[in-house]
Design a protein around this ligand. Sequence first.
Ligand code: NAD
Ligand code: UFG
Length: 342
Amino acid sequence: MRNRNHSYLLVTGGAGYIGSHTVVELMEAGHNVLVLDNFSNSSRASIEGVRKICGKEPILIEGNIADEELLQNIFKEHRIDSVLHFAGLKSVADSVSQPLKYYIENVGSSLCLFDVMECNNVRKIIFSSSATVYEPAGEQPYSELSPTGPGNPYGKTKLCVEQILHGLAVANPNWEIGILRYFNPVGAHPSGLIGEDPKQYPNNLMPLVMQTAIGRRKKLEIYGDDYDTPDGTCIRDYIHVLDLARGHLLALEYLERHPGIHYWNLGTGKGISVKELVEQAKEITGTEIETQVVARRPGDSPIAIADPRKAKEELLWHPEYSLVNMCADHWNWQRHHPDGYQ
Ligand code: NAD
Ligand code: UFG
């Protein structure tokens, strides 16, 4: 037995993009953190970045959340108070071509984690969900009560895990569950020490914009400019990853006072079009980001904007960072790490 004197927050996927920024937030708030990550989409270097920012580092265990024996050992050896569950796969396109893999990785692994939590009487969890759980053609902005109905297997795995957690809360009132539905996380820690480092072809717009600005890509393809939006390109609700990270801390604190299950959108409530984001990025990076309009990407919603009032009212969470900050911090990370963490 060791480390049973201090309580820990277990952060699954804590070496990843959002996880590493949240680990900084948690550690700066004085929490002891234990990261469990299999590095399938991250590297140890992010934890080194966390150490440089915080002056201390979390306990880091390399392993898979589907490894029940490992999980049992972690819970036996450390006093775990709560779990922040980021680990999972996140490519919409891959989920369409490999749905089974996504159900196994996102749903199957989560079941193993929840089971071990129950066994060890740990029933406090924050889950990384997504705006993709909402019906794609739904009325805007999305509130937490908007109809769900994800249009791809990735979103379905997120909704499925939400439903499993709901079942746990119904079965046992001692569960304290925070479901955070992220909109479009971008940006990086202003130190430039941690950031988003997609291992394969990036799934998302901002890393592609920044990789084009730094010269890793020749041009950015804009997926359609014939949508029913002011400039014809899709509109999203981009949110700085630091604002997102703070939302986790506030959600944890809220659960102390309000057990049960709670859902919160984390977005700014402001819509930004693809063209607007590219224009802002050109200004911040001082580069000419070449673009080419191509066909629409199948499955894209024209608009996805959060109604963040519930998080503002209940968590007293207010996004602090503007689109300028998001682009500047993402660019700062990209300039310091043109090839990611390598
Ligand atoms: P990420 O890929 O950077 O982080 C996920 C981390 O989990 C990685 O470090 C990866 O190595 C690890 N991991 C994956 N499977 C694992 C397993 N079985 N066991 C242990 N570790 C495992 O992704 P991210 O952008 O930081 O996203 C974190 C979470 O937020 C994910 O659940 C994702 O679905 C969700 N989310 C992300 C976005 C987004 O746009 N980034 C939007 C909505 C929701
Ligand atoms: N886009 C382009 N060109 C690109 C990449 C993206 O024009 O090369 C456009 C897309 O068509 C979309 C917008 O940029 O209109 C944003 O696309 P992203 O892929 O960055 O984001 P999505 O809103 O499609 O999806 C993201 C994550 C999901 C998450 C969802 C909601 O990929 O995992 O936000 O949080 F669930």
